[in-house]
Design a protein around this ligand. Structure first.
Ligand SMILES: O=C(O)CCC(=O)C(=O)O
Length: 216
């Protein structure tokens, strides 16, 4: 949707009214689960949310991690939304969230659909497929142990790979499309790593919203 014909998105429906899209189980082992719901958001909801997030240039910071040695490499942009006063520390970087604003109805819908509570959303902006995210686990001490991490994808489809930490050959790759929702549950972060591999042929922009429960 272009800026010119942008319309305001009605609030995202709560579970009672929302259709029940099909959820696929990707991993169910080691007290861990990963599940994918391909059309959690309708195309209209996803288009409109993506458009809003990309409009707001000032909310995106270029990530500046100590491990970035190659200055010419394109970098991920990041942002955050949260309940008041909640902050998230990773790779020696601390992020404080802005008010939920435009994401409030999506947060509510996630909480009602999955029966969980989240208080923080880390947002990633991948301008093209030349930007990715290395293998890692979301296992920082500040994240509530074994809590579900919920990842909503908007924009260009990108591969997402998961592998067992103790045997890298046990790997699964899925394609995360516009409006999809992926959950990483139970002990997933203790046993598995995940990555968004570089895909040089992808020219479109992708935004990923990762909802978490941070200890307070
Ligand atoms: O962009 C994604 O799908 C994954 C994001 C992620 O792994 C993270 O923010 O830790």
């Amino acid at each position: 949707m272009t800026t010119a014909n942008k319309r305001r998105l009605p609030p995202i429906q709560t579970t009672a009214k929302r259709h029940c899209p099909q959820t696929k189980v990707l991993i169910d082992a080691n007290d861990s689960k990963a599940r994918l719901t391909e059309s959690f958001l309708t195309k209209y909801e996803a288009d409109s949310l993506l458009d809003d997030l990309l409009q707001c240039d000032s909310m995106w910071d270029t990530e500046n991690l100590k491990c970035h040695t190659n200055k010419s490499k394109p970098r991920r942009k990041v942002s955050a939304f949260s309940d008041p006063g909640v902050s998230y520390t990773y790779s020696r970087r601390s992020e404080t969230g802005r008010p939920w604003g435009r994401l409030a109805s999506l947060k509510k819908s996630i909480e009602e659909t999955l029966g969980i509570k989240v208080n923080f959303c880390h947002a990633n902006l991948y301008q093209t497929g030349a930007v990715g995210l290395a293998w890692h686990s979301d296992d920082e001490d500040c994240i509530e142990q074994n809590s579900t991490i919920v990842s909503v994808s908007l924009g260009a489809g990108r591969d997402f790979a998961m592998r067992l930490k103790s045997d890298h050959k046990q790997k699964k790759v899925v394609h995360l499309t516009h409006g999809s929702l992926l959950t990483m549950e139970g002990k997933f972060q203790s046993y598995y790593q995940h990555t968004v591999p570089l895909r040089k042929r992808v020219s479109g922009t992708r935004v990923n919203l990762t909802f978490r429960k941070i200890n307070q």
